[in-house]
Design a protein around this ligand. Structure first.
Ligand code: ATP
Ligand code: MG
Length: 439
């Protein structure tokens, strides 16, 4: 993308309405603009990151055997009356009337809708197990929308729902999601720590929140230091192997980790270790709830002997749009964002130091074309601007690599290759810079 044509309204000054760094940087880099409290438009640069995150989430869900569908944002109130949640949900739910005075709502989540789909289609135990998911906008009329996309009112969520015949089956689904979540967040360069979470009135021990540690997190958390060393990226996971999946879950649940609400100070004493006490951002939440929805909505299948089985369910959420902010909270410096390569809006930025110099422009155009031909996405700063402005903007938007092309270096066929993470600069021939990027 040529920056001279790109719609990327960057800001030099820090916007006064933003309290935390990710919100500031997202506004400054021209990724989002607020439409009303907690509701944002995604500008081209921001949307590219959102899509990259979505892609990783989708790939890992599919790998774990889940199937994608797409449910609507607007739901009928009557379905929520069946589960009893229409009244219970309170003012967080946006309630809407259509022209026929039928009561509708903008979905804050989809348990009722997916259960309705399931009960109308599944007949036999042979239809199970299933995990279905979608990536769809949600609306929750939060009391205090803040921190940009981190606590919005309209936000993008991936939510999956599992259907099983019994508790054991349900636990297998839960474990698959647990592992898929570890993998998903790790691919985004995040250390997301699974923490025991409240299961609310239903009880049971099958609920975990995945949190990343960050100063600006809204939750107080406590966890064992070992979590910082644990990694799943190298592991080749076979989701058909219940044993492998379970052993990973056990490894990650054997260490202490809890949010404030679940923290047990006596237990900490007993363990005799110094836990990390930190702030955390919730990026995902998995939850087994048994027959909480399948019972009132009568989601049943026929068992092998014709008996009626009420299905066991779980739900599994990832805050896709919150992740854009969370990743920035975890990865930035004084100059701007530092994107992990997996979610970066472009892999490399080409900085033409002198756009008015014909040879320089020609070399940059050529590099840009060669990268495009190799499928490498580049943001090409071809603007007629001072070098300082270009460097500042390029650091702000945080692409993993920068290729700086100036008239002097070019005379010797040399460009500067800079890593955004380390700040390290190397002088390379155009060819070797290209081969690094295309490798
Ligand atoms: P929180 O405790 O942060 O309010 P929650 O527990 O109500 O979240 P869930 O129902 O578990 O949220 O939703 C699944 C995921 O969706 C959360 O883990 C979070 O990442 C994301 N999420 C929830 N609420 C918001 C919001 N207002 N803005 C952005 N993302 C959100
Ligand atoms: Mg939650």
């Amino acid at each position: 993308m040529r920056m001279s044509r790109y719609f990327m309204p960057t800001l030099k000054e820090n916007p006064s309405e933003a309290q935390i760094v990710s919100h500031r940087l997202m506004l400054r880099a021209g990724m989002i603009r607020q439409s009303s409290a907690g509701i944002y438009s995604w500008l081209p640069l921001g949307l590219r990151v959102l899509r990259n995150i979505e892609r990783i989430v989708r790939e890992e869900q599919d790998r774990a055997g889940c199937q994608e569908l797409l449910m609507p944002t607007i739901q009928p109130a009557d379905l929520w009356r069946e589960s009893g949640r229409y009244d219970a949900y309170g003012p967080e739910m946006l309630r809407i009337g259509d022209r026929h005075d039928r009561e509708m709502l903008y979905g804050p989540t989809n348990e009722e809708l997916i259960t309705d789909i399931f009960r109308n289609t599944a007949r036999s135990y042979k239809d199970l197990p299933k995990i279905l998911y979608h990536i769809q906008w949600k609306f929750r009329d939060e009391v205090r929308p803040r921190f940009g996309v981190m606590r919005g009112r309209e936000f993008l969520m991936k939510d999956s729902y599992s259907f099983d015949l019994d508790y054991e089956g349900s636990k297998r689904s839960y474990n698959k999601m647990f592992v898929a979540y570890l993998k998903t967040f790790a691919r985004m360069g995040l250390k997301a720590i699974p923490m025991r979470a409240d299961t609310g009135p239903i009880g049971g021990d099958l609920s975990h929140e995945f949190l990343i540690l960050a100063e600006t997190g809204e939750s107080q958390v406590f966890c064992h230091r070992d979590f910082l060393e644990m990694d799943v990226l190298a592991e080749d996971i076979d989701y058909h192997s219940d044993e492998q999946v379970q052993s990973i879950v056990e490894k990650f649940t054997s260490q202490y980790a809890a949010t404030d609400e679940k923290h047990d100070a006596a237990k900490e004493q007993e363990l005799g270790v110094d836990l990390i006490s930190a702030r955390g951002i919730e990026v995902g939440h998995i939850f087994h709830f048994g027959t909480k929805y399948s019972k009132p909505l009568n989601a049943v299948v026929a068992g092998p002997n014709g008996e009626e089985i009420t299905v066991e369910m779980g739900s599994y959420g990832i805050g896709v749009s919150r992740l854009v902010g969370a990743i920035i909270e975890a990865s930035h410096d004084d100059n701007g964002i530092v994107w992990p390569e997996s979610v970066a809006p472009f892999k490399v930025g080409i900085v033409n130091l002198k756009a008015s110099d014909e040879a320089c422009a020609k070399a940059c155009d050529d590099i840009y074309a060669k990268l495009a031909a190799s499928g490498v996405e580049a943001l090409y700063d071809d603007r007629d601007e001072r070098a300082g402005v270009k460097f500042a903007d390029m650091d702000l938007v945080g692409l993993p690599w920068q290729l700086v092309v100036g008239p002097r270096g070019l005379q010797n066929g040399i460009v500067e290759f800079k890593s955004r993470v380390s700040g390290e600069r190397e002088e390379l021939s155009i060819e070797s810079a290209l081969s690094r990027l295309c490798a």
